[in-house]
Structures are given as structure tokens and as C-alpha cells.
Design a protein around this ligand. Structure first.
Ligand code: AMP
Length: 584
């Protein structure tokens, strides 16, 4: 029996603990099923010490009783005050470590006494020593301190023997680090590192908070910043909005009864578009790219020497970051191993190696291809009808759902044909067309009518694509089985014959040839819709609505039996409309 050594990522914003069991990494959950423990410590009203989410909840209302980001003070000869009492940074870190130790003991049902703990590559000796001391205070022997980028590289490249230069881009809540790691014969070495330990997702939240505050100031002429409760809610809402914008093109920020002004309740309702959000954060991203070049210089390398980019830290889910790195290096960055957890996983792998355990490679389900659609855009500096617009990027962990918004290009445009492609070329026609469908009877409005395209890909490679007219909710969808398997070349050639652009003009004939594949898809989709309608029936109160649904189900069932493509399409659409309106 090998001895138990845990791996710990003691982060500025969040901390995690992991072990290796039967050759595989397990990220340990707390009693509420959470693997990510906020690095907050607080004293409750009754004097209890709180750690994690409960402490984080206290922070906004009782900052004087709560400590956050203690990692920034590690190695300094200072004390911090919490609820009137002084603590050293080591003591506060030890409280977090003790909580992590208890989570692991609860899971393994064994005492946990040894740990590998990760620290940033730039940590000085004093900071590393303070981390060891924190472990000691918490009752943990720190058998090794390893660098965070080393841990990330171990998670991705465990058991790899080929020499590689890996760039680890780590953007968390409050810190940014970039490291160039050399991997050779299982030896991982950080050769250069640079960063800013006051840059991270918190800055992005703050931009959204400022935007909301300015909106309330303009709309109601109030300075909400003096209202602590309201600001606590705005802060949470801002972070939630940011997370949503990683998967969607816009988000509605809503907080009811946020504040009472002259006896009148103030509700917050503000839509934020990803484009606008990206404008708010672009300077921060540029700063991280400058830091990458400093690190590359330090390593005496250029961008073309980098073999792989690894994404670490929750903020790297921001699409703008992934896009900018891809543009800069011509490589698709890897974030498929949960970027919040991959450092703790690497610490556990190192811990297992020390304990003499074998560790297999960490496996995750990912999409091997990019999925997207085509639209009017630019290619090689020229306007181009079939510009490929990626929606789900290659290497994304599954299951995943991503949404993008597109706009009609003509006034009163009634229909849009949506082509779905799999591939990596910026020219959609060079990729594989795996399906298409059209959304018709769009509203009579000027060009720029937003159409929301959602793609959901599951672990079995089934791709569900839906398009929705934003202003009416009118929607249409298809399901593509085996989306991750390549088309036969002939089928591909045939499919390309039918290629259209996502934004055909209103005169275009969207009644293209319908293949038997599409017919099957329409039937699968219709059956799914029927199942959904049947499960919704029980929750509907109005007998009129119920009757409408039952009639449409019957009509659809009959159309399926008769394989009547036109009625299947029509009845599906009507049933989907009813369900959509009932849902909203
Ligand atoms: P870490 O310190 O690595 O745990 O990262 C925490 C930061 O990642 C926080 O600022 C989070 O708001 C941010 N974050 C987590 N998930 C996402 C996401 N899906 N998109 C953007 N930021 C995220």
C-alpha cells in the first residue's frame, strides 16, 4: 500500500485538493459537491471560522470579518486583522489548508498528513518557506513545493517523452502568469516566467460593475456605490454575466428590487453584448500578450518555437483570450482539462510519483474538430460570402453548449439558411458541410435582425443546432448524429454542391434539395419535440394550451407515420413555437 500524499493548489482566489486513486486523478469534492473552494476565510457572527463559499458570501457584507487573497501577502512580515484579531498570512493560509485536509479526510476516511503544494513560478524563497510553514501549522508535511506551470504541464503531458516547449498561460481571478516550460524525458522545467499579480478575472468583473453603476446613474440618477447590499448583488450579477458571456453573445443582467429610491423600487435590467464586454477588457488581454513576449525573450525563444499552449485558471475560458492566442501563435490553445482544476491535478500526479504510484494520462472527452457556420465576412483581406465562423472550438471538453449571434444582411429578409461545418479552415467551403436547415418567416424588419445560433455537442458526438430569431423567439433546430465522424469524400462533394450562405438574401431559394439524411434528422427532431411536449403537458394549467399541444402532437405523429416532410416541418415548428411561448 502506497502512502497517501495529496496535491493542493493553494490559489489566490480558489483552492483545490486532489489525489490519485487506481492510477487516476480525483479532484475531491466537499460535502456540497464543490471541487473549487474559494480562498476566503471569515469569522461568523457566532465566532465560528468559515472557509470557502460561506466565507466568500460574508465578504461583501462584512469585509472587516473576512480575509481574501491572502496568497498575495505570503512571505511578508505582516499581520492581517479579521474580526478584531491579528493573524499572519501563514495562519490564514493554514486555515484554508486545514479545511482542504478535512475535505480529503472525509473522502478517503483516512488521516491526511502529507501534501505537495503548488506555488507560482515567481515565488521567492521567503514565499515558498511561508507556504511550507502554513502546511506545518495545518498539520501537513509539505513533501514538495512545485511550480504551478509545472503542475499544469504534468497534467497534460504525464508520461510523454518527446521534448517540447510548452507555454502555460495562467489567468485566474487576481493574478496572471505566463511561463515557458521545457519538457524533456519526463523532466519538466520552467525556463522563463513573467506576469502581473494584480491582473485577472476580478478586473473583468469590475469593468462590468462600473458599466452597471454608470447605467443606474444615467437611468435613475442614483449613486448606487454607497449602497452596500445593492453593490453586493451587483458584484455577483457582474461575475455571473461575465461567465455567461464566455458561452453566449449577450446576457441580460437582471436584479429585481435592487434598491428603493424615494419610495420607488429600482429594478436592474440591462443587456450586455459580448462585443461591448470585449472592448472593456481588451487592454488587459493586450497586457498579457506583451507579458508573453517578455517571457519568450527571457527563454531566448520566439513564438514559432512553442509546441503547445496550455490554459490554466478560470478566466482563460474567455473567448477573446483563446482567439488572441490562436492568432498570435497559429496554435489552438488547450483548455480541455478543466483550467480551474489542472494545477491541483498536476500536484496530485507529482504527489503520486513521490509515493511511488503509477499514474495514467488524464483523459477527458473533447471534440477533435471545430464546428461552426458560414457568414459574410473577410478572407485574405477581401469580402467573402463563406467565411467560416467557429462556434464550438476544437479541443473543447464535452458536453458543451455555445451560442453566437448573427445578423441578417437585407431589409425584410424572410429566411436564413444555416450551414453547419466541421473543420479548421477560415474558408467554410474547405471544411466539411455536415448539415443545414433554414429558418423562415422572419419578421419584416430592417437588416441587422439578430439570429441566435446555439450548438450543443454531447460526449457521443451528437450535435444539436438551433437558430432563434431574437425579437420573436421563433426557432428551428436540427440534430446531427455522429457529428464528429468525417463525411465520405463523395458525400462531401455532393454536400458542397448545396452550399449556401448563412445569410442568403430574401430572394434566395431556401427550398434546396432535401437529402434522406435531412429527412431522418427532421423525424428524430420531431420525435424529440413530441417527447418534450408530452413531458410539458403535466405542468400546463390552461386547457386551451393543452388542447393545442395535443392537436399538434397528433398531427406530427400522423405526418411521421406518413413520412410527410412538409407537414413534419410545419407541425414541428408550430409545436416548438407553442412550447417556446409557454416556456417564457
Ligand atoms: P481561478 O483563480 O483560476 O480559480 O479563476 C477564477 C476566475 O476565473 C474568476 O475571476 C472567475 O470569475 C473566472 N472564471 C471562471 N469561469 C469562467 C468563465 N466561464 N468565463 C470567464 N471567467 C471565468
Amino acid at each position: 500500500m502506497n502512502e497517501l500524499i495529496v496535491g493542493i493548489d493553494l490559489g489566490t482566489t480558489n483552492s483545490e485538493i486532489a489525489i490519485v486513486e487506481q492510477g487516476k486523478v480525483t479532484l475531491i469534492e466537499d460535502e456540497n459537491g464543490q471541487q473549487i473552494i474559494p480562498s476566503f476565510v471569515s469569522v461568523a457572527e457566532n465566532g465560528d471560522i468559515l472557509v470557502g463559499e460561506t466565507a466568500k458570501n460574508q465578504y461583501l457584507l462584512y469585509p472587516e470579518r473576512t480575509i481574501k487573497s491572502i496568497k498575495r501577502r505570503m512571505g511578508e512580515d505582516v499581520t492581517v486583522t479579521m474580526a478584531g484579531q491579528s493573524y499572519t498570512p501563514q495562519e490564514i493560509s493554514a486555515i484554508i489548508l486545514r479545511r482542504l485536509k478535512a475535505i480529503a479526510e472525509n473522502y478517503t476516511k483516512k488521516p491526511v498528513n502529507k501534501a505537495v503544494i503548488t506555488v507560482p513560478a515567481y515565488f521567492s524563497d521567503a514565499q515558498r518557506q511561508a507556504t511550507r510553514d502554513a502546511g506545518k501549522i495545518a498539520g501537513l508535511e509539505v513533501v514538495r513545493i512545485i511550480n504551478e506551470p509545472t503542475a499544469a504541464a504534468l497534467t497534460y503531458e504525464n508520461n510523454q517523452t518527446t521534448a517540447k516547449h510548452i507555454l502555460v498561460y495562467d489567468l485566474g481571478g487576481g493574478t496572471f502568469d505566463v511561463s515557458i516550460v521545457n519538457l524533456e524525458q519526463n523532466v519538466v522545467e520552467v525556463i522563463a516566467s513573467h506576469g502581473n499579480n494584480h491582473l485577472g478575472g476580478d478586473d473583468f468583473d469590475q469593468e462590468i460593475i462600473n458599466h452597471i453603476v454608470a447605467h443606474l446613474q444615467e437611468k435613475y440618477e442614483i449613486d448606487i456605490t454607497v449602497e452596500r447590499q445593492a453593490m453586493a448583488r451587483i458584484t455577483r450579477a457582474a461575475e455571473q454575466a461575465k461567465l455567461a458571456l464566455s458561452d453566449k453573445p449577450f446576457v441580460l443582467i437582471e436584479e429585481e428590487f435592487l434598491y428603493e429610491h424615494h419610495g420607488k423600487p429600482i429594478h436592474l435590467s440591462l443587456e450586455l453584448e459580448r462585443h461591448l464586454y470585449e472592448d472593456m477588457i481588451v487592454d488587459y488581454i493586450d497586457e498579457t500578450l506583451d507579458a508573453i513576449h517578455v517571457a519568450l525573450e527571457g527563454a531566448h525563444l520566439t513564438a514559432s518555437d512553442i509546441d503547445k499552449i496550455l490554459l490554466v485558471g478560470g478566466s482563460t475560458r474567455t473567448p477573446l483570450i483563446i482567439n488572441r492566442l490562436r492568432e498570435e501563435f497559429g496554435l489552438q490553445p488547450h483548455g480541455e482539462i478543466n483550467p480551474d482544476l489542472c494545477v491541483a491535478a498536476g500536484a496530485a500526479i507529482q504527489a503520486a510519483r513521490i509515493a511511488g504510484q503509477d499514474v495514467s494520462t488524464v483523459l477527458v472527452d473533447i471534440t477533435p474538430y471545430t464546428f461552426g457556420t458560414s457568414a459574410l465576412g473577410e478572407l485574405n483581406g477581401q469580402p467573402y460570402m463563406h467565411r467560416f465562423i467557429p462556434v464550438i472550438l476544437k479541443n473543447t471538453a464535452l458536453p458543451t453548449t455555445k451560442t453566437e449571434v448573427f445578423y441578417t444582411v437585407n431589409d425584410n429578409q424572410q429566411a436564413v439558411l444555416i450551414d453547419i461545418y466541421q473543420g479548421e479552415s477560415p474558408d467554410a467551403l474547405q471544411n466539411t458541410l455536415i448539415g443545414n436547415f433554414s429558418i423562415t418567416e422572419l419578421s419584416q424588419v430592417p437588416e441587422g435582425n439578430p439570429i441566435i445560433l446555439t450548438m450543443a455537442l454531447d460526449v457521443n458526438g451528437i450535435l444539436h443546432v438551433s437558430a432563434k430569431e431574437k425579437i420573436t423567439g421563433l426557432n428551428k433546430s436540427i440534430t446531427i448524429d455522429n457529428a464528429t465522424s468525417h463525411f465520405e469524400q463523395e458525400a462531401l462533394a455532393e454536400a458542397k454542391m448545396r452550399v449556401g450562405n448563412l445569410f442568403h438574401s430574401s430572394e434566395s431559394n431556401s427550398d434546396d434539395v432535401v437529402s434522406s439524411d435531412e429527412e431522418e434528422q427532421a423525424i428524430v427532431q420531431a420525435k424529440e419535440l413530441i417527447a418534450k411536449a408530452q413531458s410539458t403537458l403535466a405542468t400546463i394549467e390552461s386547457s386551451d394550451d393543452k388542447e393545442d399541444i395535443i392537436n399538434q402532437i397528433e398531427r406530427l405523429n400522423q405526418a411521421i407515420a406518413e413520412q410527410d416532410r412538409v407537414i413534419i416541418a410545419e407541425a414541428s415548428e408550430q409545436l416548438a413555437d407553442i412550447l417556446f411561448y409557454l416556456d417564457n
